[in-house]
Design a protein around this ligand. Structure first.
Ligand SMILES: Cc1ncc(COP(=O)(O)O)c(C=O)c1O
Length: 386
């Protein structure tokens, strides 16, 4: 069994473990008052070209979200996010437990739609309702897509217009920025966002996220919020050391590129064999519709994560690769997919991401007992592709 379940199925990159071992007996002050932490903070400030930013290292993503949002929001203020946002779906109500409403909007390929956001801001028209104060975006999103520079700037402009803050959850920022379809840089993120974090856990660190507070309005007493929420790590240097390694000799981007390339191979195999991609593949995650009988078969060797049902007989499945994913396992999975082309249901079910490959290999598919799409429909299919 090989897991494509997540990007934290493995431990940490050997360089990181080595650096931790090297520093093991080095005596320093605790709670981030050490030279490693100072060095890592400087490196992150330089990376995001924000020389006055405050940088903190926190062990995990949920904890970072709790610290940031509870620090920013007054008791009557709320955060706007998508209905797939990690803070809305996968943090056990952690944000609501701090007393703040998460206003969830329908996602568009995992992203916030600027017009819909404006509508919901305007709908909160007086003090009988909560006051939306933060726009929460994840880049990459929870559906494996990424924001373009223009999309992020449009959200920031909206935030400025309505006196709100833009917070970016970068649990998967490394793979987002390493995507072949990306046009954002770390410097852009530093310039556009008020506050954001750079994920280490899903980028080859043992654990850890680097939180960057850019907007001066949010800086005051941030360290009190961190400590009060239990997020101030006594042996803080071991968080910082991991970021020093990740951002030395481009390790972070190399690991992210590997993860993305492995996912792209799996994605191409699916789309080339009649499967519908649920969202376009842009990072190290493939969201694909798989008939349940095929899924049972795949699960015997390669395990993804079922995201939810698609129809009565098919599921949306997420396959995630990591910095450590092995080439030969991906090749074996690709072979298995090619031997199991997806039977075509209705055109609507299949069309959006049917690849040209599928059309040109019609006969091969039919040999495997798969009903093929009428080639006259080819143009219609291409129109519907991403
Ligand atoms: C977008 C996003 N934010 C936050 C988290 C939470 O991270 P953690 O599991 O470290 O709390 C995740 C984890 O999958 C995530 O995908």
């Amino acid at each position: 069994m090989y897991l494509f379940d997540n990007d934290y199925s493995e431990g940490a990159h050997p360089n990181i473990l080595k650096a931790i071992v090297t520093a093991n007996l080095d005596q320093t002050l605790g709670y981030g008052e050490d030279a490693y932490t100072k060095k890592a903070q400087d490196m992150i400030r330089e990376l995001v070209a924000s020389k006055d930013a405050d940088v903190y290292f926190i062990t995990g993503g949920t904890l970072t979200n709790i610290v940031v949002l509870s620090h920013i929001l007054r008791p009557y203020e709320a955060v706007i996010a998508t209905d797939e946002a990690h803070i809305y779906t996968h943090e056990t109500g952690a944000i609501e437990a701090t007393g703040h409403k998460v206003i969830a909007l329908d996602n568009v390929n995992g992203k916030l739609d600027v017009d819909e956001v404006e509508k919901v801001i305007l709908a909160h028209k007086d003090h009988h309702m909560v006051l939306p104060k933060v726009l929460f975006v994840s880049n990459a999103t929870e559906l494996g897509t990424i924001y373009s520079r223009a999309e992020l700037i449009a959200l920031k402009e909206l935030a400025v217009k309505y006196d709100m803050y833009l917070y970016l959850d970068g649990a998967r920022l490394a793979v987002a920025l390493a995507s072949t379809t990306n046009d954002l840089t770390y410097q852009d993120i530093g310039m556009i966002c008020d506050v954001f974090y750079i994920g280490g856990t899903k980028n080859g660190a043992l654990f850890g996220e680097a939180l960057v507070v850019v907007n001066d309005d949010l800086k005051k007493n941030f360290n009190y919020s961190i400590k009060q929420k239990g997020a101030l790590f006594a042996k803080g240097k071991f968080l910082a050391i991991q970021f020093i390694e990740l951002y030395t000799n481009d390790l972070s981007v190399k690991l992210a590129r590997h993860a993305n390339a492995m996912a792209q191979k799996i994605s191409d195999a699916f789309s080339g064999n009649g499967y519908r991609l649920y969202t376009p593949t842009q990072i190290n995650q493939v969201f694909v519709v798989v008939n349940n009988d095929k899924l049972d078969l795949f699960n015997q060797q390669f395990q993804g994560q079922v995201w939810g049902p698609f129809t009565d007989t098919s599921s949306i499945v997420r396959y995630t690769t990591s910095w450590a994913t092995k080439h030969e396992q991906v090749d074996n999975f690709v072979d298995l997919i090619a031997k199991n082309v997806q039977p075509v249901g209705s055109l609507e079910d299949q069309a959006p991401v049917l690849s040209l490959d599928y059309i040109t290999r019609k006969e091969e598919f039919e040999d495997q007992g798969v009903k093929a799409v009428d080639l006259d429909e080819k143009d219609k299919i291409e129109d519907l592709r991403f």
